[in-house]
Design a protein around this ligand. Sequence first.
Ligand code: GGG
Length: 373
Amino acid sequence: AKIAAQAGRALKLGMMPADGIGKEVLPCAARVLQSTPGAPKFDFVTLPAGFEHFQKTGSALPDETVRVLREECDGAMFGSVSSPSHKVEGYSSPIVKLRKELDLYANIRPVVGVRGTRDDEKWVDTVIVRENTECLYIKSETIEEGPQGQVARAIRQITERASKRIGKKAFDVALAREALRSKAGTSATAGRGKVTVCHKSNVLSVTDGLFRTAVRGVYESDKKSAGGPGRYEGIDMDEQLVDSMVYRLFREPHVFDVVVAPNLYGDIISDGAAALVGSLGVVASVNAGDTFFMGEPVHGSAPDIAGQNKANPIASIRSAALLLEYMGYSDPALKIYKAVDDVIREGKYLTPDLQGTATTSECEEAILRALQK
Ligand code: GGG
């Protein structure tokens, strides 16, 4: 992507608003990207995906969307999808498929409060690194008639390869946070950077046992193989059973720095953690592979408020900044984070999920103004 910008070519971003409020908040993110001082030029291409597209055409993720992303785009943004809660013949979640197709194996979700707001009461500055390609989300489910009525089963797949690479990604995120903190002269939550491995291997000793061993192995083999100070020397590691993780996350969120979790646990704890920073409407994520990245707000399609100019654009705007950061443009990304924090701190242009009365457009305009200050 940097090469594209250096060659004077705009960065091509595939934009998939998909369903519900995704169609309102993704354009806000695009306008913020375009207006950020110091950001590269962008060429946005809107690509179809989602349940509404499936209802119209029979396809939730057209092959052409995947082809354009793979062959033509430098990065992407995804909005939100309204997958139904019941089985619909021929339908499969486009976001789950997209993460697999593009091998975006890590979903990186920072949950961070804003200093100088009510978030100070329960300060949280955590990144949840969620494995993105397997666990129960391989969607291998069956149902059959048995003597006791229907029996439904799901296969939960945990592989050593996927667990090791998500482990490595989590330690790298912790390392990058440490570097940022030492640049800013601040210290980590417990003095040093830390990765907490989230699992339930006291019950699921085979699947979660493999996840735990593989992630721990990344850290332990780094120590052994280095023969001197290892790459992750400045980082601590501990572990937490997922149920007590939820409890501790609400009681003492400040103890967590980077949390690495299998797909399903990561999905659940990051939505839960959003409650600590006021709303799901402010929590961003980036789906990361090794060379391709896709920003995505953590929230869903919110059909109850779709089309009413009420949705919070902040999660999408922060996701666009995360995308920029992962594509190597950290200075303009920091400008967006700061502009968003300023608007939250000022409190005048907040949407109803944050107890404000502003519309989506008013909140976006306030962020655009803050960016120019
Ligand atoms: N932007 C996150 C999002 O759209 N969440 C809703 C979601 O993931 N639904 C489940 C699915 O469609 O797979």
